[in-house]
Design a protein around this ligand. Structure first.
Ligand SMILES: Nc1ncnc2c1ncn2[C@@H]1O[C@H](COP(=O)(O)OP(=O)(O)OP(=O)(O)O)[C@@H](O)[C@H]1O
Ligand SMILES: [Mg+2]
Length: 256
């Protein structure tokens, strides 16, 4: 199906989810409605165990949708077959802790896998592109180090570079700044936001990081498997936006 420009990148309606079987079956998501527009950066916040990662894994077609509608760039995931699942995953850059990062590969090789996963033939300048992306996340000097020789923060930056290298339409990120110092964390998310603006890339990011909240267009809060509010960063933070880059604060705010 061709994606229409006006269609949200992410559309969720009436999404519920259960883990376990029989007597152990437990509902963890309750009738969630959420949409993310093209180019929009949405932060998903809430206490541990409220269901944030579950939403991301359903959107990423990493687990099956049990009830509700979940559309990713027009691909419906409820009842989706292998073809739709693969199509969906190719539209997404994942920034999950240690998701598919290979310990025995170098940083450069891991980032290159982000291109290979798209199923396209690698262009001749693929390595140059990967090196440029590693430089953007501050790893120019570590490109040829094996993943298991890097620090936690450096590994996380490799994951970010790998997620962004193939120019995904959608980025799903689970606490991407958790292992980063505050300056690097802010810079990396500012970069993701700039790419969202420039390329119409949509971002749904789980975070507990108060230092980066000003970079969101919208903050959605969850509790006990339900969405409880959506607000602009300023009202959430209750103070003026954090430093740097007013030029980035040009996006429209949409509350749905
Ligand atoms: N694979 C699983 N099997 C059974 N229960 C699970 C599974 N994954 C998560 N849960 C449960 O589902 C609920 C939601 O978990 P989820 O990981 O989505 O929370 P979260 O908001 O991401 O939490 P955190 O901030 O700690 O990462 C929790 O009660 C959790 O214990
Ligand atoms: Mg989680």
């Amino acid at each position: 199906m061709l994606a229409q420009a006006s269609m949200p990148a992410i559309e969720i309606h009436g999404l519920s989810h259960w883990y376990g079987e029989g007597a152990l079956k437990k509902q963890v998501l309750f009738d969630i409605d959420l949409s993310v527009a093209r180019g929009e950066v949405v932060f998903l916040m809430g206490p541990s165990g409220c269901g944030k990662t579950t939403i991301l894994t359903l959107l990423g077609a990493l687990r099956s949708v049990q009830k509700g509608e979940v559309r990713v760039d027009g691909v419906e995931l409820f009842g989706a077959g292998e073809k739709q699942v693969v199509a969906c995953r190719r539209k997404i850059g994942f920034i999950f802790q240690n998701h598919n990062l290979h310990r025995s590969l170098t940083a450069l090789e891991n980032v290159r896998m982000g291109l290979e996963a798209q199923g396209k033939r690698l262009a001749v300048d693929a390595d140059a592109r990967c090196l440029a992306m590693l430089a953007i996340v501050g790893l120019a000097d570590h490109a040829h180090k094996r993943q298991d020789k890097l620090s936690g923060g450096q590994r996380q930056r490799v994951a970010i570079a790998r997620a962004l290298i193939a120019d995904p339409k959608i980025v799903l990120a689970d606490e991407p700044t958790a292992a980063l110092d505050s300056t690097t964390g802010y810079e990396v998310i500012a970069l993701i936001r700039r790419l969202a603006r420039e390329r119409g890339m949509s971002v749904l990011m789980v975070t507990h990081d108060n230092r980066i909240l000003s970079l969101a267009d919208r903050i959605v809060e969850m509790e006990d498997g339900q969405l409880i509010s959506a607000q602009t960063p300023a009202s959430h933070i209750g103070r003026s936006p954090a430093p740097a880059d007013n030029s980035l604060n040009t996006g429209e705010v949409t509350i749905s």
